[in-house]
Design a protein around this ligand. Sequence first.
Ligand code: SAM
Length: 271
Amino acid sequence: MKQEWLEGHKARKRFGQNFLHDRHWIERIVRGIDPKPGDALVEIGPGQAALTREVIALARHETAVEIDRDLAQFLREQFLPDELTLIEADALKLNWATVLEGKRLRIIGNLPYNISSPLLFALMSAADRVIDQHFMLQREVVDRMVAEPGSKVYGRLSVMLQYRYVMHKLFDVPPGAFVPPPKVTSSIVRMVPRPVESLEPVDMEVFAQVVALAFQQRRKTLRNALSTILDEEAILRADVNPGSRAETLDVAAYVRLAKEAARLQPHKDAV
Ligand code: SAM
C-alpha cells in the first residue's frame, strides 16, 4: 500500500499549499466536478493527490500541472503512467493553447490563492477550448467573480470573467478541511465558457482598459473615470449615463463603451 501523504512535507507558503484532508469535502468537490472516463481532465496543483486520487478512480486518467519538485516526485510514485500524465511546470507560464492539443479540456484545481487572479486571466485566452473549469478559491474572490451589478463586490474581476464565462458558486469549504488550515473560508466555483459565436465582438485590450479605468476609482462618475479615453458624447452613444458609477453597469454596457473607445482609437480593429 502506497503512503497517502508525503511524510515530513512542510507546506510551502510560497506555493500556497493548503492540502485537503477531509474525506467529506473531497468527495463533495469531486461530485461537483463529475469526472467521466474520456474527459480530458487537467488539474492545476494536485499537491498530495487529495482530489487526484478520486478523479482518477472515476475517470481513469488525468493530466496534472505541479510546480513543487518534491510533490511532483511523490505523484509519479503514486500513479501509473496511464493514470496520471504529470507536467512539472508553473501553471502561469504554461501555453494553455497547446496543452493536450486537439482536446477540449475540463480544468480543475484547489488553486494556490496567491496566483488565482493571474491564473484565471491566463486561462481566459484558452477558453475557446475549455468545456468547464471547477476551482476552489478564497470565498471573497468567488463572491467577486459571480457578483451582479449593484453589489459592493462587483468589479473588474466580475465584468472581465462574466464576459467570457457563465459562473456559479457551488458551495463553501471551511478552513478545517485543510492541513494547514487557511485563515479564510474557501468556495467552489464552476465556470463554463460562453460559446464563441454568442460573444459580442469586442477588442479585448480596449475592453480591459475601459473596465480597469472605470473601477480604478469606483466612487467617481463614469464621465470622470473614463475621461482619458471617452468623452461625454461617446458615453451617451453607448447608451450609458455619464453621471452613473462603475458598479451599476452590466457587462453589455461595458462592451458598448469599449466599442466606442475602440472607434476613437481608429488603428484598433474589433476582433
Ligand atoms: N490539490 C491539492 C489539495 O487539494 O490538497 C493541493 C492544493 S494547494 C492549495 C495548491 C497546489 O498548487 C500545491 O500543490 C502547490 O505546490 C501547487 N502550485 C502552486 N503554485 C503553482 C503554480 N504556479 N503552478 C502549478 N502548481 C502550483
